[in-house]
Design a protein. Structure first.
Length: 370
């Protein structure tokens, strides 16, 4: 006999940040919500990241989502008591060509970018040799990636959202979601399972060209013993974030880094770090793409992240506390929003910016779905 978990106006499959964003947007509309999650808590990309709301480096629709999400993050932080910071991000320039890109970015974004000389950079973040200047991105924010989604889930539960933890979804229909623990009846369904879209809708995932992106990250002891309020990005970050593509000198920077450090560009290095609330540094990261990821992680990826971050900080070595692999969905389009059946939406952020954009993306999805 099939057991029933009751009925909800909206059933969300997946309790990562994309799923919780839709649950939050639905609660704001006064809807009843149930969230189904296969694990006992969120353990995926939503907890394996820098905790960086990378607002300013987005472009187009992603920037609109990021700005809206920023307001929601700050509102949720106030209401739930979660840890959050508004000190922005500092992009380091370790060469004149990197600073030239930042000057162009400042000209494009004006008040969203504040140029810094080398002394002003050093006042805000610890730096090693070779820094010629940088830029402050004051709109960027930070949360604790280990706790933020859990705090949101707890806050939503207090407001009546029903969470079905440890329930694997087997079937998704317009009126019901069947799980290993029973069936949840639904008026509408949002499927937010990140890179596992192909587990439920393989043809849809194939059409959208969804792959998995594996990244290597580490948590290290702070070698400087200093509070670091902003997120810290570098020239390698400029190669990866969409907003910098509008800068005319970016191709020359890409050519220089590809010629000088081809091994780092080849491993998709985004050299950056944030500081966790306890003072440790979250550092990374590298990127590898495949539909099915190899389970064996080459040690040279971690070695590269450690070596480059130590040089960035101007210290001889770093003490590793933890290592992990993050996995997120990647596709040519930055967002996947699909309708496999009436009343069902599949939503995935396919560009590695789920924490930055999900809370801004979800309201529009619900406007269309409802």
């Amino acid at each position: 006999m099939t057991s029933h978990f009751g009925r909800a106006d909206l059933v969300v499959v997946g309790a990562g940040i994309v799923g919780l964003a839709h649950a939050y947007a639905a609660v704001e509309r006064g809807l009843t919500v149930a969230v189904v999650e296969r694990d006992d808590r969120a353990t995926g990309a939503s907890v394996r990241n820098f905790g960086h709301g990378c607002v300013t480096a987005q472009d187009g629709q992603a920037l609109d989502y990021a700005l809206a999400a920023r307001a929601s993050w700050l509102r949720l932080a106030k209401e739930s008591g979660m840890w959050a910071r508004e000190e922005g991000a500092v992009v380091l320039a370790r060469g004149d060509d990197e600073y030239a890109v930042l000057e162009e970015f400042h000209a494009i974004r004006d008040d969203q970018v504040v140029l810094l000389d080398a002394a002003a950079v050093a006042e805000r973040v610890p730096v090693g040799p070779g820094v010629v200047g940088g830029a402050l991105l004051p709109l960027d924010i930070r949360v604790d990636p280990r706790e933020a989604v859990h705090a949101i889930a707890a806050w939503l539960a207090e407001r009546g959202v029903v969470f079905h933890w440890g329930a694997t979804v087997h079937t998704i229909e317009p009126s019901a979601v069947g799980t290993s623990r029973g069936t949840v009846l639904a008026d509408k369904v949002v499927v937010a399972v990140g890179h596992d879209v192909d587990r439920h809708f393989p043809e849809l995932a194939a059409e959208a060209e969804v792959r998995r992106c594996a990244l290597r990250m580490l948590r290290v002891a702070d070698p400087r013993g200093r509070a670091i309020d902003p997120a810290v990005l570098t020239g390698f970050s400029m190669l990866r974030y969409a907003a910098f593509a509008a800068c005319p000198t970016l191709p020359a920077l890409r050519d220089r880094l590809s010629g000088d450090r081809p091994e780092l560009v080849g491993m998709g290095m985004n050299l950056m770090y944030t500081q966790a609330p306890d003072g440790d540094l979250i550092i990374g990261d590298t990127h590898h793409y495949a539909r099915t990821l190899d389970p064996f992680d080459p040690e040279d990826l971690d070695d590269a992240v450690l070596t480059e971050t130590a040089d960035l900080l101007g210290v001889p070595h770093l003490t590793v506390r933890q290592r992990w692999r993050g996995v997120y969905a990647s596709a040519p389009a930055p967002f996947l929003i699909a309708t496999p059946a009436e009343g069902v939406r599949v939503v995935s952020v396919t560009s590695g910016i789920g924490m930055t954009t999900a809370l801004g993306l979800a309201p529009g999805v619900l406007d269309d779905l409802l």
